[in-house]
Design a binder for this molecule. Structure first.
Ligand SMILES: Cc1cc2nc3c(=O)[nH]c(=O)nc-3n(C[C@H](O)[C@H](O)[C@H](O)COP(=O)(O)OP(=O)(O)OC[C@H]3O[C@@H](n4cnc5c(N)ncnc54)[C@H](O)[C@@H]3O)c2cc1C
Length: 458
């Protein structure tokens, strides 16, 4: 029997895709920068089917590329074309298995789309706080495998911090049932942490127990104009001292990003009457009444204005206005699609200096440089994108300047997107050799044949 027939016996023939028109979307990444052929796409419906598929691939020495929503930005979810591979799509494993309101947990399959998990939590009167612009397409298995960040990290932490338990199919096909729903469990090594952020290189996550939170009854959203990133970092400190944990998102947006959004979409308008150099989109959440929260936010912003920490601010007066402000932020990735992207982090206090130094160095090398800088500044995370489009052909030189600057600031070359294929080589320049050696040793222990998502991360 052929490989496809053997796989068809496990998942059903119609869940083994081979026709080019069916496989193409699975073989090309979201940014259309990585594309390669694989033997087929396999779409299992349960952990036992994933287990049987992986055991078969291990026997036949065929590599497995796990794929969620394929919205990853580093080429991790598509084949490399360097060996015999299959793409294993988790899309059919999309059941919310249970919501335990008293334990504040949701038990979900890996193929659940993130927005569906958020909705299920909301229907149960709870909050699942992970939120990012791709939430209508990305899957929770992909979010956990990339340790996704998004807009609520400031208050709730990254994807890693939302997980209590995992179910994982190991590279030899065995199923590890770590689906514990415990907040306290000090019984040795915390194995689930190894699979979170591993980008599918150590096993396939098939299900998870997620933490839920009380749903805020009041929210407020502010669009704030500022002089500089330094003013933004100072404002962050001031606001946190005034409203504490009520601040859940603090997103920096440069004027160049807003201009790109305004050019991209005629339906979006500048929220303020005059152009300003930098903006922050801040979100606040609390229990209690919206009026009370708004008053608290207004008085904090007034105090910041009196101290000269901001130029202007507008607080959304309706859900529609809130959605409009967030739409600006969510449209930035598609509005400046073709340039050299960087997803980096530095200590929050060093963001202003990092931006100044990097812009100066890039300007020396490329006088016509255009910088699109935005990101989750409360987490020290910047999306630092460099145009114009023709610099795409000089990507390595551009990134060298950015990454060298980053090194001087003790930053990270991947804050939230992972390494995938894009940063597999670059990471060697940044990680301690001992750390890389330990990572390789882990990989060999879990996956001695090197069949789980080869060519990614390491
Ligand atoms: C418009 C846009 C905005 C974005 N904004 C953010 C953001 O704010 N923050 C952020 O962190 N990311 C962001 N991303 C990146 C992306 O959405 C996230 O990385 C997301 O977590 C990927 O989920 P996915 O299901 O699409 O995974 P995929 O792209 O399918 O896969 C990503 C990686 O995880 C592996 N993988 C997928 N599923 C599994 C599984 N079940 N078991 C094991 N390995 C698996 C894949 O092999 C691959 O290495 C954005 C992307 C887009 C397109």
């Amino acid at each position: 029997m052929t490989l496809q027939q053997l796989l068809g016996e496990i998942v059903g023939a119609r869940n083994v895709l081979t026709a080019p028109e069916d496989t193409k979307p699975y073989f090309t990444d979201w940014r259309r920068q990585y594309s390669a052929e694989a033997e087929c796409v396999v779409r299992p419906a349960s952990a036992s089917e994933v287990s049987a598929v992986i055991a078969l691939c291990a026997r036949e020495e065929i590599a497995v590329v796990p794929q969620g929503g394929n919205t990853g930005l580093v080429g991790g979810s598509v084949p490399t074309g360097e060996c015999r591979e299959i793409v294993l799509s988790l899309a059919r494993m999309n059941r919310i298995r249970a919501i335990d309101v008293l334990n504040d947990t949701a038990t979900v399959e890996a193929g659940c789309v993130l927005a569906a998990v958020q909705r299920a939590a909301d229907d149960a009167g709870r909050l699942f706080p992970l939120s990012l612009a791709a939430e209508g397409s990305c899957q929770i298995g992909g979010n956990l495998s990339t340790n996704a960040g998004g807009v609520n990290v400031l208050r709730y932490g990254t994807a890693r911090e939302q997980v209590l338990g995992l179910e994982v199919v190991l590279p030899d096909g065995r199923i590890w049932n770590g689906m514990r729903a415990l907040r306290k469990d000090n019984t040795g090594y915390d194995l689930k942490q190894l699979f979170l952020g591993a980008e599918g290189t150590l096993g396939v996550i098939t299900a998870a127990v997620l933490r839920l939170f009380p749903k805020p009854t009041a929210t407020a959203t502010a669009w704030i104009a500022l002089d500089s990133p330094r003013a933004a970092v100072e404002l962050l400190g001031l606001l946190r001292s005034r409203v504490g944990d009520r601040l859940s998102a603090f997103e920096l947006i440069s004027r160049a990003c807003l201009d790109a959004v305004l050019r991209h979409s005629a339906e979006i308008h500048d929220p303020l009457p005059a152009a300003q150099p930098w903006y922050v989109l801040a979100e606040f959440g609390d229990s209690g009444s919206s009026e009370l929260l708004r008053e608290r936010v207004e008085s904090a912003l007034e105090e910041c204005a009196e101290r000269g920490a901001l130029r202007d601010a507008a607080i959304a007066q309706s859900n529609e206005q809130t959605r409009g402000l967030w739409r600006i932020r969510e449209t930035i990735p598609e509005a400046q699609f073709t340039n050299v992207k960087h997803d980096v982090s530095v200590p929050v206090s060093r963001i202003p200096e990092f931006i100044e130094v990097t812009e100066r160095e890039l300007g020396k090398a490329f006088p016509a440089v255009e910088i699109y800088c935005f990101g989750h500044v409360g987490d020290g995370n910047l999306h630092y994108n460099v145009g114009p489009e023709n610099l795409m052909t000089r990507r390595e030189e551009v990134s060298r300047i950015v990454y060298d600057a980053l090194k001087a600031f003790d930053g990270s070359i991947s804050a939230e997107h992972g390494l995938g294929q894009l940063k597999r080589e670059e990471v060697r320049r940044h990680k301690d050799p001992l750390e890389l050696e330990l990572m390789r040793a882990l990989k060999r222990t879990f996956d001695p044949k090197g069949l789980m998502n080869p060519g990614k991360v390491l």
